[in-house]
Every structure is written in C-alpha cells, then in structure tokens.
Design a protein around this ligand. Sequence first.
Ligand SMILES: Cc1ncc(COP(=O)(O)O)c(C=O)c1O
Length: 413
Amino acid sequence: MSRATGPLWMPFTSAGGGKPAAVVAADGNYVETEDDARLLDATAGGVACVILGHGRTEIADAVADQLRTLEYHCLFGYSHPRAQELAEAVSARTPGDLNHVFFTNSGSEAVETALKMARGYWRRVGQASKTGFVSLHRGYHGMNIGGISVGGLTENRSGFGPLLEGCTQVPAHDIDALEQELVYRDPSTVAAVIMEPVQAAGGVYPPPEDYLSQVREVCNRFDVLLVLDEVVCGFGRLGHWFGGHRYGVVPDIMTVAKGLTSAYVPMGAAIAGSHIHEAFVDPEGAIELMHGYTYSGHPAACVAGLKVIEILEREGLVDHSCQTGKYLQRRVATLGALPAVAEARGEGMLAAVELSGDSPEPLVAEAQRRIQSAGVLVRAQADHLGIYPPFTFTAAEVDRVVETIGTVLEEMS
Ligand SMILES: Cc1ncc(COP(=O)(O)O)c(C=O)c1O
C-alpha cells in the first residue's frame, strides 16, 4: 500500500507522492479545501470541465429526480427518452450535419469511438486498407490505447507499447507537413486526421486563423476523414458552441466530453456526420458498429447534459464566454512583458502563461503554490500555468487572476 495516499491510487500522480490536496466543497467560481481555504477556481474544476461553475443545485435536483424515476436500462434494443432528447439537443447545435450522437462516459472513450467509427466507415465503403491515423505533435486525445497512439505527447506513450499500428504525428499547425505526410504515408492507408481545434493539454496552442480550413481542404483532396477532438473546446470554451464554428470547419466526426455535462456527471460522445452514419445503416438490420459501453447514454448523464444546454442558453453563457474570453486574452497578453514569462497565449476562455528558462517546471510548480496561497487556483502544467475558467467568470475575476499571477511572477524574478 502506498505510503502517502493509502488505497487511493491517484491518476497522473506519483504513486508514492504526498497526500493530495482535498477539495471538499464548491460554489459558483470558488472551491473550498479541507483546510478551509476558499480559492477562485480559474481551472473550471482543475481540467477545464466545470463550464457552468460549481454548485448548480438545479442540475443536482434534475439528476436526483431522474435517478428516482429510472436509474438505468439501456443497450441492445432499449433506450430511454432522455438519451433521445439529449442527442437531439446536441445535434441541433453542432456544425453542419454532425447529427448522429454516440454517447460514451469520457473524452478518452469518445476518441476510441471516433477512431473505430473512422476505420469502420472505410471498411463499410469498400476501402478497408484505410486504417491509419495522422495527428499533431503536442496533441492530447485521452489516455486509452488508441488515444495515446494518436496523441502527440510522447511522455504519455512511453512504456505502454506496442501501440496502435499506423499512427504518425506531424508538427502542429504546419499545413505543408501534414500534406507531405499524407503523400508519404499513401492516403489509401490513412483513415483520418485527428486534431484539437486549439491544442489544450499540450500547452494551449491556438492554430493560425486559416489552418483548420486548410486541413479540411487537404483531407477532402486526399479522401481522408477529419476528426475534431472538441473535448475541451466544445460547448463554448472558444466563445462559440464548437471549435468548428469558431474556425468555420465541419469535421466528419467530432468528439466531446467535459462541457457536455459540465462535469456534474461523467459523459462524452462521438458525433458523426450523416454520410458517416449512413454508411453503417444495414438494410438487413445487422449491427455494423459493434461498439458501445454499458453506460452509453446513462439517464443521469443525459439529464445533466440537457440541463447544461438549457442553462448555457438561458444565461447566455456562450456569448458571455466569447466576451470574457476576449478580455481574458487581452489581460493575459500583458503578462508576456514580464521577464519570467516566455510567452502568454490563448484563445477564448483558454490561456497559458509559459515561463522562461530551459527547464521551468520547478518554477511553474512554485508559482502555482504561491498563486494558490494568494487565493487563486491555476493549473501547473509542465512549462506553463494553465488558465481555463468557468464561463461564469466576471471581468473582475479575470483581473484578480491576472494580477495575482503578475505579482507572484514579479516576486519570483
Ligand atoms: C482534447 C482531449 N481529448 C480527450 C481527452 C480525454 O478526456 P477524458 O479525460 O474525459 O477521458 C481530453 C482530456 O483532457 C482532452 O483534452
């Protein structure tokens, strides 16, 4: 048994590391720790998922009502009304004809589903040799075997091989590199290109303005599917419902999670365009996508998702995210002038402050600790501080986050 954490084997944490900080309660844009600290949460629950802010009793009540009525009965010919309603509500807001929603429990499962859909699609249309994937350096696509195979963060891959065959990565946001890779790989062996609209976990790297439309054009020309992984960007983080809207692109398949339920209940989805779905429809009624999870479309998660969409619209939070995101970017950019900062960058309600130096990781960790002591929660990740607030953040709260980071970095210089 681990010395420090007892029976709890913590994700993404040194197995013998110190006791984790316990967050015991939260409301609005604040979280409370077990030692009674009240922290302004500029991380939306740590990893950009609690998009509506904490403590929405309306969602808790709706979930409780659903659990009292029907906790679960799904799969193999059975569904329930809330799954249908959420699929309709989501597809009414997705770009283009992304109208076929396959529910999962997480972003990682959504990615695996999308990869299987892509391979399955090509098999269905008689091009079974198209099984490979091309993705971007620094991309993050979850932690399952398919996801780390297409992921561009090598530290997530090492030690888990052999991985999925036929996956290669190219430099991010270099359209020539992508095109050359498809020529080199031979497009008749490639099922899809998978990428995030804005790279999030890899360090918050927005693409050049026209990059996504160039990728769409290259994928069309080489007859390769485009999968947009919108697990972070989807549901308003870039100030639009989806990153596809922000950059004017309709992918063939899109993955979502996090904001779909604002983390009140775990859920993800892979959402396919009509042409993808149609290829799977068998006139004899055979199952052509032999795939699913026990809890695909769990009623509690569906109800949470329906409430999230209702609240996003009732409170105008996608638009608020758009306005506050522009302000956040203007304010974060001012930190770029500090000697301790290598670069301050972002898009919408996603920002990173990268620290200077060859190995700034210990400095990032120290800065995060000091910022937390001053009452603000940002994420320490590799060489940068990550800022991804709930959409309910006010301009004054943005000011507090940026000013606290600025003061701490000045003290440390
Ligand atoms: C772009 C992207 N894809 C997939 C995932 C995996 O989602 P989950 O952690 O819910 O499995 C994440 C998680 O951060 C993500 O950022």
